[in-house]
Design a protein around this ligand. Structure first.
Ligand code: MN
Length: 315
């Protein structure tokens, strides 16, 4: 599961550049770590190819650094890690590791094709193409442009997945960029990439993207919300887990065929609700959202009865 790790973004401490030397990066250890995670959901993963992609990316980006001074290779590795948390297939993971190689290094697409095959090369090419599409003004943030991005890549949805993971990692490390760039990237993310994640139903990615955007576009509100909502996300998730268990047990007991899903609400969605309904944060009660999926319609009503039995409904 993709974990938001919002706590890491909450402190507004001055920029500390965590500078790692390229010689500190142990690709063998990183490979071990990635492959362990991959094997958990895919016993047939092409691990040798993934290792090769890691090696090629490492060599290609060897002399490059990110805005925060970290060796560039940390970025494609983290993008791959995000995709692994979404249970991506081997080709997607390889393409994630190689996604900036054609754009930023002398390695040619033809080389990728030769070494990794048509499928992975096409994915890398797709991600590189999206890099070329720019949204410069607010007027560009229209449904039409969102569609354009989607259409440019519909041939393979995995291209969009890689792009979303790429953007998520860039947003996670945005605090090292200049304020102007932070605003521009956040605007684009909020209006283009978060809606795409929403359309694809990847709600954890959408939620984290929006929370990070709020942090840069409306820092006062973000700070207010993070402090005001005393139960931090981790605690809220714990509460959610407890409630889910309680409902699930009662449903099973009563013979209702249903599965309960839940999540803590994101700051951005709380903010939107406050705005829309003109509420103060103290008036936002539903900080935890639950979803009960039933087998059949009668189970649905039975589940509602169970919930109303457990808690008093609010008019
Ligand atoms: Mn990238």
């Amino acid at each position: 599961m993709l974990d938001t790790d919002i706590a890491a973004h909450e402190s507004d401490s001055p920029k500390e550049y965590p500078v790692t030397k390229i010689t500190d990066i142990d690709t063998e250890k990183i490979y071990e770590n990635l492959s362990t995670q991959i094997k958990e959901y895919n016993s047939k993963a092409q691990l040798r190819l993934i290792k090769k992609a890691l090696t090629v990316a490492f060599d290609a980006h060897k002399d490059q650094r990110r805005d925060n001074g970290e060796p560039y290779i940390t970025h494609p590795i983290e993008v791959a890690r995000i995709l692994i948390s979404l249970k991506a297939d081997s080709a997607t993971i390889c393409a994630a590791l190689l996604h900036d190689v054609v754009e930023d290094t002398p390695v040619k697409l033809s080389q990728i094709k030769e070494d990794f095959g048509e499928e992975i090369a096409t994915l890398v090419e797709g991600v590189t193409k999206i890099e070329g599409i720019h949204f410069d003004s607010k007027e560009d943030y229209t449904a039409e442009n969102i569609r354009k991005v989607l259409l440019a890549t519909t041939k393979d949805i995995r291209v969009i997945l890689i792009k979303l993971a790429d953007r998520l990692h860039n947003m996670r490390t945005l605090k090292y960029c200049a304020p102007e760039k932070q605003k521009r990237i956040s605007e684009e993310t909020l209006h283009i990439y978060a809606p795409i994640a929403h359309k694809l139903g990847i709600f954890r990615v959408k939620g984290e993207l929006e929370d990070l955007c709020l942090r840069y576009l409306n820092p006062d509100v973000y700070r207010f919300l993070t402090h005001k909502i005393s139960e931090k996300r981790a605690e809220r998730e714990k509460v959610a887990a407890k409630i889910i268990q309680e409902i699930q047990e009662t449903l099973t007991e009563k013979g209702v065929r249903a599965k309960v899903y839940g999540r803590a609400k994101y700051f951005y969605s709380i903010y939107k609700k406050m705005q829309k309904k003109k509420l103060d944060v103290d008036q936002v009660y539903d900080l935890i959202a639950l979803r009960i999926v039933t087998k059949a319609i009668p189970d649905c009503y039975a589940a509602l009865g169970v919930v109303h039995d457990l808690w008093m409904p609010m008019p």
